[in-house]
Design a protein around this ligand. Sequence first.
Ligand code: SAM
Length: 339
Amino acid sequence: MSHLSLPASGHRPARAQTLIDSHKRTIQYLRLSLTSACHMRCVYCRPDFHHNTADDLLTPIELENIVRHLVQDHGLRKVRLTGGDPTARGDLENIITRLARIDGIDDLAMTTNGLSLATRARAYADAGLMRVNLSLDSLDSAQFARMTGIDGLKCVLAGIEAAHDANLTPIKLNTVVLRGENEEQIPGLVRYASECDAAIRFIELMPMGPLASQWAERYVPASEVRARLDEIVTSWEPLPRGSDSAENFRAVLDDGRSVTIGFITPMSCNFCSACNRVRITSDGSLYPCLMDRPSGSLLAALRPRFDAELFDTILSEGLARKASEHPAQGFVTMTVIGG
Ligand code: SAM
């Protein structure tokens, strides 16, 4: 049983009712996938031509209703916009503006491929976005193009600079390491992060999406990434973890610079016991876990108007089904659910 007790019909709870799942984890973080469309075709994430049509997408008002309810009535503190790529939506600034005006959000962040940041970072920040995470798998243009399907490295690097200038900080770079592809990039990416004052996190390949069937051959454990970094890191200071998906270190490099390096280890050492997340996709599906099936659709609670009681019933059922650990294999590609 979830510890979300339902409000009596027609009543708003007098104060926030914390969301607690059936394994006693407190849920305070929503990952909101705004679209499954993305400009990139990353080798490990490429959608099977699954793109939302405009009719499928939750509208800015529906998204605001969801977040306002979760923040005001259930103590949600963090929202991350993801996808696909959130920037594939023409109404992204409207969405950010609506979410940013909700009192009580400590962290309103976005995960993006970075392609639009060079021109749009300032606008996103002005709309109320607090910070960005960017995917960056290689600093080699040809390899970047091979891994993402787009010749966009320069554009992404300009985007990182623009995000910095617009104070969308701290910036976190996300790198998926693939065996036989970008392992050689690991030290260079860390040096780059230290130079541009960003944190970098290495994400273990998960068996979902187009490389799921080759997972065993392409997966590089975080322990191997860390061992490779011992070439350039002279000291590792562990940072407090909390419910962060990454195990973070403040690392001093052999050139005297320091940088935060994180390891996201869903495969070698899962962090499910500290999971504080729930996910909603752009078609209104509720995913209690990144790698599990959706528990249901929230659409009936969103259309034609927001129904808080029904929303809570569907949410409560979802939290009751949130598994103690993620399944061994994902059910959808990351473009649908958002990373
Ligand atoms: N388009 C945005 C981006 O590029 O960051 C946000 C969505 S993307 C699905 C979010 C994160 O998921 C990215 O950092 C990506 O590298 C990661 N990702 C996608 N598929 C993955 C997989 N099979 N294993 C591990 N990470 C994956």
